[in-house]
Design a protein around this ligand. Structure first.
Ligand SMILES: Cc1cc2nc3c(=O)[nH]c(=O)nc-3n(C[C@H](O)[C@H](O)[C@H](O)COP(=O)(O)O)c2cc1C
Length: 364
């Protein structure tokens, strides 16, 4: 994967190579956030504000990046975040994302709004596949989806809870976001693919308004818990009280997320709330985190704050758009190299050696 006449060196390089290849509707759908995009910037900035307090003379030569997430072995504490409509940015879409991820045996979370059937993605994956769920108004659709997820061999259900309505995304309105012909989504509605937008809104808003359950509450979590044997992850939690309640409701993991700044623009950056959520969960469940994670050092900071695992979204999308499965594999290789260097520089022999005292200024 090259940028001009040199190889890609960091995740930031992929957006530069992807943008000229994409039509504006797709580019802005992926790049954008809500309102003024304050949180989009703030997510990245918050990781950048924290420093790492390195240990010396620990005899660390080649640190191990291996870890487990919900019992599944992973080559590093990173998953590809669920992102809708990947065939919009590359013809091989989710299958290429899975193939590039499988080059390192990595794991991914497949979106409910995938443009490829989950069975095909699972077949293309050598690592774990977790399925992200949006809850439809019609419970029969949800039951059918969950049964398919289990039969396809996905290892967990990731229930997204931060989308009672779609955030106020100006870029999608400007570009009249809707899916191109033939890019039907795997979700099961009588209406088939995404409808044409209603007056004054994007196609996405029209789809969500017509088909998804807008009054989702804790009873729905309990119902979901009762219809599946898979572990449930609640994605989109930002508060300690909600995290504690999620564990009480049977969640095996919480994903601290603000949807990459695409929902409530005034919400806090994920790094800023992560320690409080970790403390509230108190080891009763895993804590995952996403939003603006771009460097190996960000991953170390997340684990130091108490996360089990991080999710990365847009950079993998830009890598996919730039060069399909090879681009995705090259993004993973960059991240692995960075994390190995950063662990060695922090005096950590492995992921288990990362602890909160590595954060500077010190966190309580
Ligand atoms: C284009 C795009 C589509 C997304 N689609 C979904 C989705 O279908 N389901 C979901 O739970 N989150 C979705 N997200 C949110 C991501 O899973 C993740 O929370 C966020 O992108 C992480 O931030 P990052 O992109 O800064 O790494 C989407 C994000 C983007 C950028």
């Amino acid at each position: 994967m090259s940028v001009g006449d040199r190889p890609a060196l960091s995740l930031a390089d992929f957006e530069r190579t992807a943008q000229p290849r994409l039509d504006p509707v797709a580019y802005h759908y992926y790049a954008g956030g809500a309102d003024d995009e304050r949180l989009l910037r703030e997510n990245e900035a918050a990781w950048g504000r924290a420093a790492l307090h390195p240990r010396v003379l620990r005899g660390v030569d080649a640190p191990s990046l291996d870890c487990t997430v919900l019992g599944c072995p992973l080559p590093m504490p990173v998953l590809v975040a669920p992102m809708a409509y990947q065939r919009m940015i590359h013809p091989d879409g989710e299958v290429a994302m899975a193939a590039g991820t499988s080059a390192v045996g990595g794991g991914l979370v497949l979106s409910s709004m995938s443009t490829t059937d989950m069975e095909e993605v699972a077949a293309a994956s050598s690592g774990p596949v977790f399925f992200q769920l949006y809850v439809y108004d019609d419970p029969a659709i949800v039951r059918e989806l969950v049964a398919r997820v289990e039969a396809a061999g996905c290892q967990a259900l990731v229930l997204t809870v931060d989308l009672p309505v779609v955030g106020n995304r100006h870029r999608d309105e400007v570009h009249q976001f809707t899916l191109r012909e033939g890019m039907s989504i795997q979700c099961l509605t009588a209406e088939g693919p995404m409808p044409m937008p209603d007056e004054g809104e994007s196609g996405l808003v029209t789809f969500f308004r017509r088909h998804l359950k807008r009054d989702l509450d804790w009873d729905d979590v309990a119902w979901l818990r009762s219809i599946t044997r898979l572990p449930i992850v609640l994605k989109g939690v930002l508060r300690a009280d909600d995290a504690a309640r999620a564990v009480d409701a049977g969640a095996s993991a919480i994903c601290v997320s603000n949807h990459g700044g695409r929902q409530l623009d005034a919400a806090p950056a994920t790094f800023d709330v992560l320690p409080a959520v970790v403390d509230a969960v108190a080891g009763r469940a895993e804590v995952w985190v996403d939003g603006g994670i771009r460097r190996g050092t960000d991953i170390v900071k997340a684990i130091a704050a108490g996360a089990t695992c991080t999710l990365i979204g847009r950079p993998f999308a830009w890598a996919l758009a730039s060069d399909g499965a090879d681009g995705v594999a090259s993004a993973w290789a960059i991240l692995r190299r960075e994390l190995a260097i950063d662990l060695a520089l922090c005096g950590c022999a492995g992921i288990d050696a990362i602890s909160r005292d590595l954060l500077f200024p010190p966190q309580p």
